[in-house]
Design a protein around this ligand. Structure first.
Ligand code: ASP
Ligand code: MG
Length: 406
């Protein structure tokens, strides 16, 4: 008998008939003799609706109260699923995060899981009960309800699976699995049968929306095997797991694109020690997450520094930069929303040569200018003009032959 943790996202529980669909899937696995723990998100659109309600009152609502508010979405869906399963003749019991408890730090809106108590879950499972757990929420050491960040139900599911040492954690969503790129941009994109945690981590941080990055980190740390699949069909999904040698056969396994990027450029900064430290120190203090950074070689003692940051943080970033501009003695400061970041990802990059040059040549052939480049062992990212984002994705998918089976 296996212990299976399943997570269903907002669209999968977005209406009563969809909850009934989830209940049928859960009960079918239960009937096969498995122990089932189900983590659910709020009904589609509910979290946004709650956030908007608060923002009608004030633009910056109290953070503790925000978590108190938005965590209610999940409480509704767990109860509805439990009621449905009970009405079908199954034993089911739902829990909010605090009832387990799933403990977190006190970073409201982006809390990190610190522990999960599994004794209640185990006891219920031993009694044949299907356990249903509210995703996205936990409780801090003061007893305040916290939430794990948007999309955080994935993390809840992985935490539950790790705590229970479950045999499998299935993430049900509205897509069939992890694709070589966004099929909306490239219809020939292929589903990837299995992908390494490291690759998935890069993909999640580089714009692939299918899994929440902290969930992948957690799964990697605790070696929880994840399957991403659709709740609307029975297609096999994508297994996210430890790397295996066949994953290196291809140099590149996926192309991602993020258009939620912005760029800030300082020109004519005196090239003296401490400049970068002052600038990025000030940004860090303001919690602005900086991504790609380039500094030109200096000419006549002056240099330029550019960096990218999340589009949502552009205003905050510019404000910090205006604050330090005088201290740095910069001639010019400019912000731009007209950027996108395209990336290629694959474990095989470690053993194949010439990957970067093929990427740059493909972009050059289309007349796409590369403004910035950043690399890691298993990814190469280029910052380009936003209007070329989809074209870049298409040509890179084509050049690295991702439409062909792995
Ligand atoms: N309901 C939360 C959100 O919309 C958490 C989740 O869906 O994973 O972000
Ligand atoms: Mg969601």
């Amino acid at each position: 008998m296996a212990v299976i943790v399943q997570k269903y996202g907002g669209t999968s529980v977005g209406a009563l008939d969809r909850i009934a669909n989830v209940a049928r899937r859960v009960s079918a696995r239960k009937d096969q003799g498995n122990d089932l723990v189900v983590v659910v998100s709020a009904m589609a659109g509910e979290t946004d609706r709650l956030i908007n309600l608060a923002k009608e009152i004030t633009p910056i609502p109290n953070e503790r109260e925000m978590d108190m508010l938005v965590s209610t979405g999940e409480q509704v869906s767990i109860a509805l699923l439990a009621i449905t399963l009970e009405s079908m003749g199954y034993k089911a019991k739902s829990y909010c995060g605090w009832q387990l408890p799933l403990t977190t730090d006190s970073a409201f809106g982006a809390a990190r899981v610190t522990n999960i108590a599994t004794d209640k879950i185990s006891e219920d499972l031993a009694n044949g009960v299907i356990v249903i757990i509210a995703g996205f929420q936990g409780v801090d050491e003061n007893g305040s309800i916290t939430t794990l960040g948007r999309g955080g139900s994935d993390t809840s599911a992985v935490a539950v699976a790790a705590g229970l040492k479950a045999d499998l954690c299935e993430i049900y969503t509205d897509v069939d699995g992890v694709y070589t790129t966004d099929p909306n941009i490239v219809p020939e994109a292929k589903k990837i049968p299995s992908i390494a945690y490291e690759e998935m981590l890069e993909m999640a941080s580089l714009g692939a929306k299918v899994l929440y990055i902290r969930a992948v980190e957690f799964a990697m740390r605790h070696k929880v095997p994840l399957i991403v699949r659709s709740s609307f069909n029975d297609n096999e999904g994508t297994l996210v797991t430890e790397e295996s040698s066949d994953m290196e056969n291809k140099s590149v396994r996926a192309v991602t694109c993020s258009t939620k990027e912005a760029k800030i450029t300082f020109s004519g900064i005196p090239d003296v020690p401490g400049t970068a430290s002052q600038l990025f120190g000030a940004l860090a203090e303001a919690n602005v997450i900086v991504d790609v950074i380039i500094q030109n070689s200096s000419e006549e003692g002056k240099t330029d520094i550019s960096f990218t940051l999340p589009l949502a943080d552009l205003d905050k970033g510019l404000e910090v930069c205006r604050g330090v501009r005088e201290i740095l003695g910069a001639e010019k400061l400019a912000g731009s929303k007209d950027v996108a970041k395209v990336s290629i990802i694959g474990l095989g990059m470690r053993s194949h040569s010439g990957v970067a040059s093929r990427m740059f040549a493909a972009l050059a052939r289309e007349g796409i200018n590369i403004e910035m480049i950043s690399t890691s062992e298993i990814k190469i990212s280029c910052v380009i003009q936003k209007k070329y984002a989809e074209l870049a994705v298409r040509v890179l998918h084509d050049v690295f032959e991702l439409e062909k089976p792995l």
